[in-house]
Design a protein around this ligand. Structure first.
Ligand code: FES
Length: 160
């Protein structure tokens, strides 16, 4: 039995953290909900003013806290409300992927996506893609036996 099959058979459900720009991916997630699109419930969203606010430390901290996968979702390239925030985020994601590789964590656990607020279907597809990808990889080597620490509800995240 392959490792992939073992993970699928063991009923492993990945915990995925998403850093979403409020202008695009966060709205796309809302739209996906309004459209009643089905996607796996494995993702928790942190809303950002712009993905340019993503810091490499946030991404590393997420893995340290035991999240199995992390993605950053920003506006389409050329459409960031803060000019180049999404391009900076892409650079940070690529940088952190290299760091993950150095510490023997699969860089595929981290990804950057771009979408517009009208792309509810793309948001649902993104969650599906990341969930399937992480299921194949199995639990993060940094994951303890407990749930990831930073599992706040969406209401807690948006109350500030
Ligand atoms: Fe959406 Fe910058 S405003 S990524």
């Amino acid at each position: 039995m392959t490792e992939e099959t073992k993970n699928i058979n063991s009923g492993f459900e990945p915990k995925i953290l998403a850093f979403c720009c409020q202008f695009c991916a966060y709205s796309a997630a809302d739209l996906a909900g309004s459209m009643r699109l089905q996607y796996p419930p494995n993702v928790r969203i942190i809303r950002l003013l712009c993905t340019g606010k993503v810091d490499p430390l946030y991404l590393l901290k997420a893995f340290q806290e035991g999240w199995d996968g992390v993605f950053v979702a920003g506006c389409l390239e050329g459409e960031c409300h803060f000019m180049q925030g999404n391009l900076h985020a892409k650079q940070w994601v690529n940088y952190v992927k290299k760091l993950l590789k150095e510490i023997k964590i699969e860089p595929e656990r981290l990804e950057m996506f771009n979408m517009s607020a009208a792309m509810g279907t793309k948001f649902a597809d993104t969650v599906r893609e990341m969930t399937e990808r992480i299921k194949k990889l199995g639990p993060s080597p940094l994951r303890g036996t407990e749930e990831p620490k930073n599992q706040r509800t969406e209401e807690q995240t948006t109350k500030k």
